[in-house]
Design a protein around this ligand. Structure first.
Ligand code: NAP
Length: 290
């Protein structure tokens, strides 16, 4: 029997509609809109498309979008001053510094300067630390989106074996921690893992975030397992994931397609994080005013 296809596009649309409704309620209650400031240093065309998509999606749900584009030769001090200014700006609920930045800048250093309460990408050391400690905080968008997909697909993670292939700070590590927080038994695999297919076959939930076109084969997957494909690999015949979708869907119980699976969730979760950040700041000023 063929696997259930987890429709990320539809689930992302649902999240966006929920965020739009909640943004409206927030705006009614506080008299101001949540604001998302994006920083794009330089004019990399792919990054410009990503940032443009985030700006457009923000406006569609009623979030005010502020677009900052320092030139490619901006100094670190100039970008740092911009981040300081946005940290202090009450109209800005969330700040996102689009990576990668030009070579003469340090993206990790710059991201780390963002006020953790405005860290809508969830990538600052404080946000990463809060996640590691299991404390509330803003979570990285793509792994948070995977958790929503699993929930919407009705996957009960409690006590299940989860395997995450990939250990990046951007995705693999936070993904593993979110799964752990949901009481799964989690294995993180990477390029030095021995007998990766055997490790994957133990998974009730298999998450692939490697960046290798259709690496995960049908005989790596336990029959009935849920397979989440995070990979984005561009080939001449189009976009492919890290999972050999055509073959794996005949073995898995549920699977995300590429495109139309994890990808659409990232922006949806960025919007949700921006609203969460706005609510946090509003709650703080209400406490401050009391
Ligand atoms: P990354 O930083 O390059 O990390 C890749 C990970 O895969 C590393 O941990 C690496 O192991 C591991 N790896 C590489 N070759 C392997 C192999 N042969 N066997 C097992 N593990 C292997 O990439 P990333 O930022 O996490 O992204 C991963 C993929 O997800 C990319 O295709 C990216 O485009 C995609 N992505 C999609 C979204 C989205 O919105 N849909 C968001 C983020 C990322 P080592 O650590 O040992 O090198």
């Amino acid at each position: 029997m063929s696997a259930e296809i987890i429709d990320g596009k539809a689930i992302a649309a649902k999240v966006r509609a929920e965020v739009a409704r909640d943004v409206e309620a927030f705006t009614q209650r506080t008299g101001r809109r949540p604001g998302l400031a994006t920083i794009l240093v330089g004019d990399d065309p792919a990054s410009a498309i990503y940032v443009g998509g985030k700006q457009k999606a923000s406006r569609e749900v009623g979030i005010e979008a502020y677009d900052h584009r320092p030139p490619a030769d901006a100094t670190s001090e100039e970008v740092e001053a911009l981040i300081d200014q946005l940290n202090a700006d009450e109209n800005v609920s969330g700040i996102l510094c689009q990576l990668p930045v030009p070579d003469h800048l340090d993206g990790v250093h710059l991201t780390g300067l963002i006020d953790p309460r405005k860290d809508v990408d969830g990538l600052t050391p404080i946000s990463a630390g809060l996640l590691a400690l299991g404390r509330p905080g803003l979570r990285p968008c793509t792994p948070a989106g995977v958790m929503v997909l699993l929930q919407e697909a009705g996957v009960d993670l409690q006590g299940k074996r989860a395997v995450v292939i990939g250990r990046s700070n951007l995705f693999g590590k936070p993904m593993a921690q979110l799964l752990l927080g949901a009481n799964a038994t989690v294995t993180i695999a990477h390029s030095r893992t021995r007998d990766l297919p055997a490790v994957c076959r133990e998974a009730d939930v298999l998450v692939a975030a490697v960046g290798r076109d259709r690496m995960v084969k049908a005989d790596w997957v336990k029959p009935g397992a849920t397979v989440i494909d995070v990979g984005i690999n561009r080939a001449e015949d189009g976009l492919h994931g890290d999972v050999d979708f055509a073959a794996v869907k005949e073995v898995a119980g549920a699977i995300t397609p590429v495109p139309g699976g994890v990808g659409p969730m990232t922006i949806a979760m960025l919007l949700r994080n921006t609203l969460t950040a706005a609510e946090l700041t509003a709650a703080e000023s209400e406490v401050g005013a009391a």
